[in-house]
Design a binder for this molecule. Sequence first.
Ligand code: TRP
Length: 521
Amino acid sequence: MTGIMSEQQSMTSKPRVLSGMRPTGKLHLGNYMGALANWVKLQDSGLYECYFFIADWHALTTDYADPSQIRKNIAEVALDYLGAGLDPEKSTLFIQSYVPQHAELHLLLSMVTSLGWLERVPTYKEQQENLAGKELTTYGFLGYPLLQSADILIYQPRFVPVGQDQVSHVELTREVARRFNSIYKGNIFPEPDHLLTPSPKLPGTDGRKMSKSYGNTIGLTDSTKQIFEKLEKMTNGGQRNHVSDPGDPEICPVYDLHKVFSSETIKAETNLACRTAKISCAECKQIAARSIDEYLEPIRRRRSEYELKPNDVNQIFEDGAQRASKRAEETMRLVRDAMGIARGIPVARINAFDRYSYDTSQPMQYSLENFAEEIRSVSPEAQRKFLIDFWKNQMLPSEYQLKQLDDNSFVTLRNKRVFVAAAVTMDNQIGTQMFEYAIPNKNFEVLAFITADVTSNKVNAFVIPQKEFSFDFALERKPLKKSDVIKAYIRKTTGNLYQWSMADKAGRSAGQFQNVYEPLK
Ligand code: TRP
């Protein structure tokens, strides 16, 4: 089953995972272990739908005054992603600014975000102090974590794999999601959880945490020679002044690297040899260098292959942006709708409609007063289309979030397929009115029938849950071909009693469901 099925699949598929990195230049082993290695594992587990991106707008929040390095850095990080094993066949890889919906969502979220929330995010003050040379009392910098919230929420992910330093940003994201959902009475933004990257202790060559700002890094793309040179100069934690002194691997930064990169055998052997002074630090460092070099070899190889094919790399990130954009747009439709800025200006065309009552004994009627002339003058097809829009925008209680798949079909937040049909009657024979609907021979969980009576200018809608129609529907469809339609009817008898039926089966009350929108949950 065409469109609906494929939408269904994409919606019912695996939980999504999203993460990103600022393009600050070539990555080092610390960046790799702290993020990328974990992303690759998540990707390769096959359990998640993965989105990984390069946060170039975030780079601008601190580097706006000198953007000269940004493009180069994006290219480096793109190659690092691919070299590390992120696979465009398995993950959606993209660059933030290629998906402008992130910026739109950032703007819309800014409407509901208190300044205090942003001022209290701990990284705000910390970074201002760390980067004291930069003028960071900007609006963009204050909004940094909110832009991140938009990056995250727009994909409605289940998990956000990040390091400890980003946890407060995911916390803010949850808070923003909660506020949005409560203001707009829906659940557009399920609250994502951070997924802490298990981060082994990874010292730099001076023994402190590996960090670009300390100049103690081993790069993901360092050559064999560079790795051996860096290891040779690495601190051993200030022990073993003489080769004959036994050492303690537990206080040696070189041994921390063995722990991450060397095999169990090498770890055990060097540990013992160090404690018993059977090995010199120089030898031990060479062994560590070899382990790291072997570890990085496949990454460097894959990276340099991509480096020779810049067009392919560009295409990967273009394709990724297109996929991401499609997914982002799905969320944005719901967001715009919730915030009252969906496309189209239905209210301008209909300046009078009344919502009467939720009492099921009283039809929920909307007035078509000023639209009566117009509806007479357009084609039946256009009438039906208009009525479905009218229903969606004016009648459907806002807590029911439907995503439109085509003219007549929708899915609910819980992936129920809904078929909506409209019919207009021009005559009002005394007492009864008949509305006829054609439903495709496909599976739906809910049917909604709109009746527009252009003599009294009233519109009604009847939402029929599957359990009410499944039996008749199954009987009707049996002798039919896939392309045939199934007829359904709503009959209005005297005294506001509405009945629905399929083919010539006996009618039953439609009114009992007319205001019960529950099936659309
Ligand atoms: N702030 C993150 C960092 O510095 C990068 C980032 C931007 C990010 N948007 C994100 C991470 C969304 C995870 C999810 O590393």
